[in-house]
Design a protein around this ligand. Structure first.
Ligand code: EPZ
Length: 435
């Protein structure tokens, strides 16, 4: 298993280009199931979860080409024939976002068999709201042997009100609704930019959608959709992670190819901590300060402070003067990074969904273990300021959602190197956590 070796203490300076958003690319790739024509997606990130999604679609009969060389970051997908509409457990267990194929498979073929994703490091991750919405649209759903089987001769439009705001639930049912018979109204939808990005692709494919990005989405179902070409949004969480790298090291980093409008809550919080932030339409410049101030965060659905930035912010809070109260409202177990940060010298006390970070704590290098994607990013950030050489094990978690993170960090002066066998996805450890 690959490890990172990181020597802390260097202020990071220079520019980093932001990759496409993993959490946009995954639903957009699944949307190709909805048509027999070719779908071309640009700005796809070169990360492990995308390779997993490629294998998943190919296992069902899709032709999926991930471009390299001049065609890097582009994928061409054609689901002319879906000979085996089954999302098998050995793939789903490594990436719970596989449940995103459920809605499009039922809508396109009238049948879907999807392995239940099971929980993961950060929580139970149920998909009951996906199921409830499909049932409201007329799907018959049976759960047995760890699989969900959904059948519908043709889904019908429905009025769906989500009990809880769910990002992939909104995306899954949006993809079901675009081929349903009649109108679907969905209320209490997720408003994340990834939902809006998916709706933009579906619209180029001929779908009729109103309200994506708001709490109420209205869809007029179509008989068929045609192919399309779409450029994926930049990754707002990758961008936020590198902003904190610049802030925590007291450096000066400019992010390019990003969208500051998708990061308003994070930029506001960093400014509250005393970090200098300057933006243009597609760049963000961050300059750290030696006098970081503590600030409280409470994770909320978009446009609130994103849960996917909570672990990274906590690393910054260890270096801020004063006590920061971190409240995790979205997932029930998203403090896996806390014990590892404490092993590096952080002063953090957890009480249920609240963690109190007492800064400023000098961090010292240690051998630490990555546990899930964003917790792992938090350890990288802490290692960038820890005294000495930190060893981070199980970095395949990071490779799931960050494209060549060590190269991007080295490009701005970080002392980081990867050791171990650089595996391809097929050799990834079976124990890879599901998220
Ligand atoms: C998406 O996961 C993201 N993944 C997650 O990013 C992100 O943390 C999360 O949204 C919240 O923003 C992708 O987009 C692929 P939810 P998702 O459904 O859709 C509960 C990362 O680090 N819930 O919005 O699975 C659920 O348990 C990953 O990139 C139900 O109860 O999250 C949670 O408490 C991690 N029933 C809350 O809703 C359901 O049917 C929000 O979950 C669905 C969800």
């Amino acid at each position: 298993m690959d490890k990172f070796i990181i020597r802390g203490g260097t202020p990071l300076e220079g520019s980093i280009r932001i990759s496409g958003a993993k959490n946009s690319a995954l639903p957009c790739m699944a949307a190709a199931i909805l048509t027999e024509d070719e779908v071309v997606l640009e700005n796809i990130p070169d990360v492990r979860d995308i390779e997993t999604e490629r294998r998943l679609l190919a296992s069902m009969g899709a032709e999926v080409e991930l471009g390299y060389g001049r065609a890097h970051h582009r994928t061409r997908i054609r689901c002319a024939v879906l000979s085996d509409p089954v999302a098998k457990y050995e793939i789903v267990k490594t990436m719970r976002a596989s449940s995103l194929v459920l809605g499009p498979l039922v809508a396109r073929t009238g049948l879907a068999r999807v392995a239940m994703p099971g929980g993961c490091a950060i929580g139970g991750r149920p998909i009951d709201l996906h199921i409830k919405g499909l049932q409201a649209m007329g799907a018959e759903i049976v759960q047995e042997h760890g699989y969900l089987e959904a059948r519908a001769s043709r889904l019908r439009g429905a009025h769906i009100v989500f009990d809880k705001i769910t990002v992939t639930g909104t995306e899954d049912l949006l993809m079901a609704a675009v081929l349903a018979d009649g109108e679907t109204v969905m209320e209490n939808c997720a408003r994340e930019p990834e939902v809006t990005d998916l709706a933009a692709l579906l619209t180029t494919m001929g779908a009729r959608i109103e309200g994506a990005g708001s709490a109420t989405i209205r869809v007029q179902g179509a008989e068929k959709l045609h192919g399309g070409r779409h450029r994926i949004n930049p990754d707002r969480i990758e961008a936020g992670t590198f902003l904190i790298a610049g802030a925590i090291t007291g450096g000066d980093i400019t992010l390019t190819g990003c969208n500051p409008l998708h990061l308003s809550s994070v930029l506001g919080k960093l400014r509250e901590c005393g970090v200098s932030i300057e933006t243009t339409t597609d760049t963000i410049r961050v300059r750290g300060s030696q006098a970081l101030r503590a600030a409280d965060i409470s994770t909320e659905e978009y446009p609130g402070f994103p849960t996917d930035m909570q672990a990274q912010f906590m690393a910054l809070a260890t270096q801020a003067q004063g006590a920061s109260v971190v409240t995790e409202n979205i997932f029930e177990n998203r403090f896996m990074h806390v014990q590892e940060l404490i092993r590096m010298g952080a002063n953090i006390r957890v009480d249920g969904r609240i963690a109190i970070v007492q800064g400023r704590s000098p961090l010292s290098a240690a051998a630490v273990m990555a546990s899930d994607l964003r917790a792992s990013a938090s350890l990288v950030l802490a290692a960038l300021v820890a005294e000495g050489e930190t060893i981070i094990d199980r970095v395949y978690h990071i490779d799931r959602g960050y494209e060549r993170i060590e190269e991007k960090l080295r490009g701005v002066g970080a002392k980081i190197r990867r050791i171990g066998n650089v595996f391809r996805d097929s050799e990834a450890p079976a124990a890879a956590a599901v998220q």
